[in-house]
Design a protein around this ligand. Structure first.
Ligand code: GTP
Ligand code: MG
Length: 256
């Protein structure tokens, strides 16, 4: 599946997020315009798609449809990964070497995020994704750093009346990520004290997401390491419901 991206050289958008969030449904909608019944993924899936109109690739605003350069700019790859806790190595491997990754789309179920367990699971996963982007930036060999990889949090299932609005999903995730970060730091300190190694301080700093200090984590902290985080609501649309992925496709267009 990773060959696909390197063979075509097309910009790839990596789909990550908890199991059941709607990653495969979104992949199908983008590829076919309709959503079949999906099952929990056990393997990654790579599809090639065209940015649906009326969305326009940011690099081609001044070109017109039909222009070969414009048509080329609309092409991208969606790489759907399994969200199950034991199958995240596909996503982790791609994140460890994100050569063709133009952006990361973290899909969450906005109706499930109100449950503590679902929120903690989503926050832990997103924390790790953001931390790997932060490490990529801070360990970069060149002073300019690697090309920035933006993150979209796609708050899905807005068609359900129990879904929280995107702004609430954002606040909940930021708070839960703060808790994850503080818990990890404490575990590291406790483990460090037990081992009494020499360079715990350094390690702790490397594992700390966002700004140092006591303040809460904020997605805006990621700008410091070249990553923007946008939270946008939408739904994939099942059965007869239309779906509303415009905000997400718009975001993809902004990266193309
Ligand atoms: P894993 O493959 O396990 O990581 O999950 P996934 O993120 O790929 O989830 P998938 O796309 O298979 O969707 C999970 C379930 O949510 C399916 O039953 C979908 O039909 C349903 N679903 C996806 N998007 C929406 C949506 O926007 N609204 C509603 N109501 N249901 C959705
Ligand atoms: Mg899936």
């Amino acid at each position: 599946y990773r060959k696909a991206a390197s063979a075509t050289g097309l910009p790839t958008f990596l789909l990550v997020g908890p199991s059941g969030a709607g990653k495969t449904a979104l992949t199908m909608l983008t590829e076919r315009g309709t959503v079949p019944t999906t099952h929990t993924s056990i393997a990654p899936l790579s599809i090639e798609a065209l940015l649906p109109s009326p969305h326009v690739p940011a690099s081609s605003h001044y070109r017109s449809p039909g222009d070969p350069a414009y048509e080329r700019a609309r092409r991208f790859i969606l790489l759907d990964t399994p969200g199950h806790g034991k199958l995240r190595s596909y996503a982790t491997q791609t994140l460890a070497d994100p050569k063709h990754v133009r952006g990361i789309i973290f899909v969450v179920d906005a109706a499930a995020i109100d449950e503590d367990q679902a929120l903690v699971d989503a926050a832990e996963y997103l924390h790790d994704v953001l931390l790997s982007l932060q490490k990529r930036h801070t360990t970069a060999k060149t002073s300019k750093g690697p090309a920035a990889i933006p993150v979209l949090v796609a708050a899905n299932k807005m068609d359900l009346f129990t879904a929280l609005p995107a702004s609430a999903v954002k606040t909940k995730l930021e708070r839960a990520i703060t808790a994850v970060r503080d818990g990890r730091a404490k575990a590291l300190r406790d483990g460090g004290a037990a081992l009494s190694g020499g360079d715990d301080e350094v390690d702790e700093e490397k594992e700390w997401l966002g700004e140092g200090g006591e303040g809460a984590f904020d997605f805006d902290h990621m700008r410091e390491v070249g990553t923007t985080v946008d939270v946008r609501g939408g739904c994939v649309g099942l059965g007869r419901s239309e779906g509303d992925a415009a905000g997400w496709w718009g975001w993809i267009g902004e990266q193309l």
